[in-house]
Design a protein around this ligand. Sequence first.
Ligand code: GAR
Length: 187
Amino acid sequence: MKKIKLGILISGRGSNMQALIKSCNEQGFPAEVACVITNNSNAAGLKAAEQVKIPSFVVNDKPLDADRIHEILIQHKVDLVCLAGFMRILKADFLSKWDNKVINVHPSLLPSFKGLNAQEQALKAGVKITGCTVHYVTPEVDAGAIITQTAVPILPNDDVNSLSERILVEEHKCYREAVKMIAEEQN
Ligand code: GAR
């Protein structure tokens, strides 16, 4: 089976990136990580990617240099762009070059709680179930077609940290499944 090449975009901790790297290192997993790109030179995830010798790049943040991101993705022959805690909006001119090839993980059951602080939004709304979603990225934020979702209960004593941690465990599994599904469809 041909492995698809992933380009992972991060802004911070990079735990979803690390989970994807781990999956890609498993025998028979149908994807490999070709490069990691960040808008934040202090991102903890950047060091983690460098340690495992994945080609890693910092791009200009203000304004975000989407042309450079495109160039790096092309140079590394990327098939699928995975946003993993990438906290910048990719505009339509970039997305039109990567139509149906950019996916994102979001910490809620979309279409509920789009945008920033989704876990806090869920707690404030008083819902008893939230979760995570992997979806295609379109110019409208958090509104593209849903690929995988997992529900996560909100427990009586949850705060933002405890809830975020419980959701994150599921994000890692959900992202792995989404990438696997897309890769298998292309084989
Ligand atoms: C994750 O919870 C991800 O869902 C969220 O940021 C965190 C990044 O963690 N993304 C968004 O809220 C995007 N709107 P990570 O850097 O450890 O993967």
